[in-house]
Each structure stands twice: as structure tokens, then as C-alpha cells.
Design a protein around this ligand. Sequence first.
Ligand SMILES: [Fe+2]
Ligand SMILES: [Fe+2]
Length: 234
Amino acid sequence: MLKYNQKKIKDLYKHYLYNSFSICYPKKTHRLTYCALHSNINQNKYIMRTATVRSSTMPPMTATKKVPAKKDAAKELSDLFEDGLKDLYWAEKALFKALPKMQKNATSPKLKKALEDHIGETENHIKRLENCFESMGKKAVAKKCDAMQGLLEEGKGMMEETKIGATRDAGIIAASQKMEHYEISSYGTLAAFAKVLNEKQCLDNLLKTLDEEKKCDKLLTSIADTELNRKALN
Ligand SMILES: [Fe+2]
Ligand SMILES: [Fe+2]
């Protein structure tokens, strides 16, 4: 059962559980409360219980129509590739603006340093994307990335909803890792496209950045595991 001296991390965990649960089941918050109060802080158990609730209350699948393409929809892989670059270019620029605030809100010296280093890396990620556009003879254009905007808003909300200290640090790591995972997934896909399209210079740039995103993600995991999550228990 949940221990009361574990309140801080419990609150943070409930916040996340609520967010992911309410997306699928906006009216099932009473079930969420049940889960949160009757589970211990074992992530696997939470996931298993949540999965059980989901499967038993899943609405029946309904047939969907094919979505009509917009006038300027991508026709071939090269168009999709260029769209992806524009999307990431926007995402990296937005991250470059947002990361300093997260870094200032962090209190753990290790986390502060990791975020500071990643701000410098992010600046390079922007330059590498510009280099990609240039190597393809295209102008660097940013196209609003709805996914990253949502993740950044969640990161901002996370800071507002956590007390400064280890709990906010744990929240900043959680929010940052969602952003890193988005980047890892996007760079991985674009690198695969660049390979097929024989865009060698782009591929080289994308793989370099992908490697840095993965390293940053691993570092954040290790900071959370070795220091912060336990500290946020009391
Ligand atoms: Fe990046
Ligand atoms: Fe990143």
C-alpha cells in the first residue's frame, strides 16, 4: 500500500497517470483515483492495472473513412522527408527557447549541467538541419510541430504543478524525456528516409544528432534513477 511519506512522488505519478488516462477515458477519473490510491509505487503494477481497466472498458471499434488529402499533401517520399525536416526545424528552435527555463527551474547540479549541455547541443541540431536543407538546395523553413508544442506546454504545466526541489526536478526529467523520445523517433525516421533517398550529407547530420539525443535521454534516466526519484519521496 501507498506510504504517506511518499506523498510527493505519488502526486507526481498521479499527475502523469491522470494525463495519460484521461486522454483515453475522460469520464473514468473515478477509476483512476481508485488505481492511484490502491496501488503501491511500482510502475509495472500501475501499467498492468491501467491496462486491465482499459481492456474491460474499451469502446467498440467503429469503421472509419479514409482521410482526404490536402491540396499540398506530400506526393512522394522526398516530399515527406522535406516536411519532416521542416517539422523538426521548428521543434528544435522551440526547444532551444524553452530549455533555458527548464534549466533554471532545476535544482540538482547534475540535472542543471545536463540541460545546459543539451542547450548547446540543440543549437548544433538547428545548424545541422540548416545544413541538410542547404545540401538539398532548399531554403530552411520551419513548419509548426503540434506534437512538440504540446510537449512543451506539458513541460511548462509540470513546473507550475510541482514544488521547487527534487519533485520538480523529477517532473522536469519526465517532461524532457518525452521531448527527447519525440526527437529520437523523428530523427530515426528521417535518417531512414535519407538513406533510401541517397541524401548522404543529410544522413550524416541526422545520425550525429540522433546519437546525441539518445545519449541525453540515457543521461536523464541515470540522473533520475540514481538520485532524484528517491530524493523526491520525502
Ligand atoms: Fe535536438
Ligand atoms: Fe534533444
